[in-house]
Design a protein around this ligand. Structure first.
Ligand code: DHB
Ligand code: FE
Length: 276
């Protein structure tokens, strides 16, 4: 049977994609951010996941305001990155795992989570930057993208996203093949990119989230989306990706590694490795 070995969270700031392309790993601005990732890669080397389920939010590349699904999942043999206008070089496609995707789809739809299923899907910086950070050497894992709307309100509640994650966890654990699966939650932590509060970061709230996501995720799931906008900024709602990831891991989780650094671009950049 398939097994969830753990979860990874990271911010997915597009400027990171640029810094990777320019190899700014030792630049004083970037070093405290990039230095956190080798420990995560070490853990991945020990746990050898075959598949990464990547819970992320599309920012207007694959879905736009004309058609915005609340929850969508990829079921494609590969996922292409495209130019989003950030100046990041586009990179090679990522392999999918359509059999696992369809198993998850069948299982969660049976549990009344009606996801949009995508047999073609372009993946933006929310998906690509984290994969580049955790697997800089290439494409050792197959991927299943799970996309949650944070672009157009109404955005799904933290509690709904946590429950979707729990359903995804049950789906994975009932997949008959012996696969090691890691679940990524990308985005966050606090940031607001536009409007009067542009540049807003809430360190205290971010650190509290990084503590509670380990053993008290239900406490975070109690917030409303409007609470998150107020406490973490309009784009800080990306915490719902972390909660979906956390739901998939099950009850007992150990924190293996974490890093928090502000600012990277406009964001409180958080990274965690959680073992299931
Ligand atoms: C930034 C952060 C994001 O999560 C994003 O999607 C785009 C930009 C930023 O801080 O620049
Ligand atoms: Fe984002």
């Amino acid at each position: 049977m398939a097994k969830i070995v753990g979860g990874l969270t990271t911010s997915h700031i597009p400027a990171v994609g640029n810094a990777i392309a320019r190899e700014l790993f030792d630049d004083p601005y970037w070093k405290p951010f990039f230095d956190a990732y080798p420990k995560a890669r070490e853990w991945l080397g020990e746990n050898k996941p075959d598949v990464a389920i990547v819970v992320y939010n599309d920012h207007g590349l694959n879905f736009f305001l004309n058609a915005q699904p609340t929850f969508a999942i990829g079921a494609a043999p590969e996922y292409r990155n495209e130019d989003e206008g950030w100046g990041i070089p586009t990179i090679d496609p990522f392999p999918g795992h359509p059999e696992l995707s369809w198993h998850i789809i069948n299982s969660v739809v049976a549990e009344e989570f009606d996801l949009v299923t995508c047999q073609e899907m372009s993946v933006d910086h929310g998906f690509v930057v984290p994969l580049q950070l955790f697997w800089p050497e290439g494409r050792p894992v197959k991927t299943v993208p799970v996309c949650i709307n944070t672009v157009q309100h109404p955005v799904p509640s933290p509690s709904r996203c946590y429950k979707l994650g729990q359903a995804i966890g049950r789906a994975v654990r009932s997949f008959p093949e012996d696969l090691n699966v890691v679940v990524l939650g990308t985005g966050g932590l606090s940031h607001q990119l536009d409007g009067e509060r542009a540049g807003f970061i809430n360190k205290e709230f971010d650190l509290m989230c990084m503590e509670k996501i380990v053993s008290e995720p239900e406490e975070l799931a109690k917030y409303s989306i409007h609470d998150l906008v107020r406490l973490a900024g309009a784009q800080g709602t990306e915490l719902i990706m972390w909660l979906c990831m956390r739901g998939a891991l099950g009850d007992n989780v150990t924190k293996v590694h974490e890093n928090y650094h502000i600012p990277i671009s406009n964001t409180g950049a958080g990274m965690m490795v959680l073992e299931a």
